[in-house]
Design a protein. Structure first.
Length: 318
């Protein structure tokens, strides 16, 4: 008998790739998405779609009742936007997540949820392992860390089974390059295709750990398999990363060299809440799930080229 899963944010960037993978392998999937950042064109054939708000507890309960597990990916996943919309983003990123944990605990369902490397802030050492100090420097990172703490509390008080994945910089097809909050790779590639300068915030020495979206999906599914193999209350967390460091300036140079070698690369003021160094240690996820990233950055950039090459009027915006 096939499994059924609820995927919040299933029309978003990572969520739609997850739904695609689940449906392809025969699972029944219900998507709960308010389309505030997700896109209807990302809706995967064969999945049930509920246009709703994750802050609505009745909608959550109805959506999850017949499911075998919950993947919670819905969020305002942007450091600048969370800085600008502090209280509103808190309601989505933390308060609604607690509601999802409560529904999952009441129904006895496992939850795999998206945390973030933003919980670490500017780490004192790299690569960053899961025991590194948690010193978020943004509202987004603070809410993600608080979500993890509530998951731990829920395991002890409500029998919750959860696995939080601290995603580093996920990239790939379906990132919207025209959103002011989009990932740096999508923005750089679109600018290069359109012949516009690549703008680097700050000095370009910010270092990131880039993970291709299909590898992130494999981590999500592996975490769910682990939770479903053991029904004891638990609150696990792990990095999803490669351990490979790439500076933003090197990324800009690579994109320009790949697509338009004569492209101008310019600098602008640093953004509030941006972390300087974010490179993870992938050892724990390998130990727990046998997980290893499969996609090299060069391969991932090549996979994005057909999408990023679309003219502006052919690429839907959020």
């Amino acid at each position: 008998m096939s499994k059924r899963y609820l995927v919040t944010g299933g029309c978003g960037f990572i969520g739609s790739h997850l739904v695609e993978s689940l449906v392809r392998d025969g699972a029944d999937v219900t998507i709960l998405d308010d389309l505030s950042t997700g896109r209807r064109e990302n809706l995967v054939d064969g999945a049930e779609f509920i246009h709703g708000d994750i802050r609505d507890q009745a909608t959550l309960l109805k959506s999850a009742k017949s499911c075998d597990g919950i993947f919670h990916l819905a969020a305002i996943a942007s450091v600048p936007r969370c800085t600008q919309q502090w209280q509103a983003s808190h309601g989505v990123n933390l308060s609604a997540s607690i509601g999802i944990f409560e529904v999952a605990a009441d129904l006895g369902l496992p939850v795999v949820y998206a945390s973030s490397s933003a919980v670490y802030g500017d780490a004192e050492r790299t690569p960053i392992d899961e025991d590194a100090p948690k010193r978020p420097i943004s509202a987004y990172g603070a809410d993600k860390y608080a979500m993890e703490l509530h998951a731990f509390a829920g395991a002890g008080t409500r029998g919750l089974r959860s696995f939080g994945l601290r995603f580093f910089n996920i990239y790939g097809p379906r990132q919207d390059p025209h959103s002011p909050y989009s990932g740096v790779i999508a923005v750089f590639m679109q600018n290069a295709f359109e012949g516009r300068p690549i703008v680097v915030h700050g000095n370009g020495e910010q270092v990131r750990d880039f993970v291709f979206v299909t590898d992130a999906v494999r981590a999500l599914r592996g975490a769910m398999d682990r939770l479903q193999s053991n029904h004891a209350p638990t609150a696990e967390v792990s990095n999803v990363c490669t351990g490979q460091a790439t500076s933003v300036r090197t990324l800009a140079d690579t994109v320009a060299r790949l697509l338009r070698p004569d492209l101008e690369i310019s600098a602008s003021a640093p953004r509030a809440g941006d972390i300087m160094t974010s490179v993870g240690d992938p050892a724990r996820l390998h130990r727990l799930l046998g997980f290893e990233p499969r996609t090299l950055l060069s391969e991932g950039l090549s996979a994005m080229m057909p999408v990023s090459a679309k003219p502006r009027d052919e690429v839907a915006t959020a």
